[in-house]
Design a protein around this ligand. Structure first.
Ligand SMILES: Nc1ncnc2c1ncn2[C@@H]1O[C@H](COP(=O)(O)OP(=O)(O)OP(=O)(O)O)[C@@H](O)[C@H]1O
Length: 228
């Protein structure tokens, strides 16, 4: 469905830091994402996992290498509060996000009542997002992405936020999507989630793909490396 071929990504940094002011975040990363699978991405803080999701979602372009997405396939990054317009209401933000994820206006409108109900935002759904708490923003962002149909759902640590009750409901909804025919890429630091949700895992280490394979195996190699 999606393929990264020799993808590298650099950020500019201050002159006296990193490699003469160039921060090499991803280095020559190649892998394929297959239809219907749930691919986990693991690795230490700051190694480039979110950056990889942003490349897959077309938010960032690689410095070199190629991203191949099958024609007509949509990908959406499910993260916290990304791209909300603060002056617009929750309803209008949900409409806009759904359309940005590829829904037609009529389709997006048909999702709104379900988004309002699932997010449990009540009357606040009609209020500007700038008045929302962090948890309310995350409910709106999660629900909109979850209930809008996309071919590839890119999930960034989203299950670890929100209050306990909403988290349980979000995790259950994610499980239902994953066990259906949804293709998912999932970044997580929680081994239990990776083991129970993912079909395959890649381990990113200092911007490189260190290991790829069956979740138990990749996780145990990763944990061993952290103990050394
Ligand atoms: N817009 C940016 N400009 C400059 N540097 C950035 C930018 N975005 C990310 N980085 C840097 O790229 C590196 C990788 O960041 P990224 O968010 O992909 O890491 P991560 O593996 O997702 O980390 P975590 O597990 O902590 O979420 C970090 O060192 C970060 O500081």
């Amino acid at each position: 469905m999606l393929e990264l071929q020799n993808v590298s990504l650099n950020f500019e940094a201050s002159k006296d830091s990193f490699d003469d002011g160039i921060h090499h975040v991803l280095r020559d990363v190649s892998f394929k994402l297959y239809e219907n699978e749930t691919l986990g991405i693991i690795g230490r803080n700051g190694v480039g996992k979110t950056t990889m999701l942003r490349i897959m979602a077309d938010i960032l372009g690689p410095t070199s290498g190629t991203v191949i997405k099958y024609p007509g396939k949509t990908a959406s990054l499910l993260t916290i509060g990304l791209g909300h317009k603060p002056d617009l209401s929750g309803r209008d933000n949900a409409l806009l996000s759904s359309m940005l994820q590829g829904a037609s206006k009529a389709e997006a409108q048909s999702y709104l009542e379900e988004i309002k109900a699932f997010s449990e935002l009540g009357d606040s759904f009609e209020e500007p997002v700038k008045t929302y708490s962090a948890g309310m923003k995350s409910r709106l962002g999660f629900t909109t992405a979850l209930l809008t149909h996309v071919d590839i759902l890119l999930v960034d640590e989203v299950l670890s936020v929100g209050d306990a009750e909403f988290r349980a409901k979000a995790e259950q909804a994610m499980r239902e999507r994953i066990s259906g025919d949804q293709t998912v890429v999932f970044v997580s630091h929680t081994d239990a989630q990776v083991k129970s949700l993912c079909d395959r895992v890649i381990w990113i280490d200092e911007g490189r793909l260190r290991l790829e394979g069956e979740p138990e195996f990749v996780l145990s190699e990763y944990r061993d490396s952290l103990r050394q």
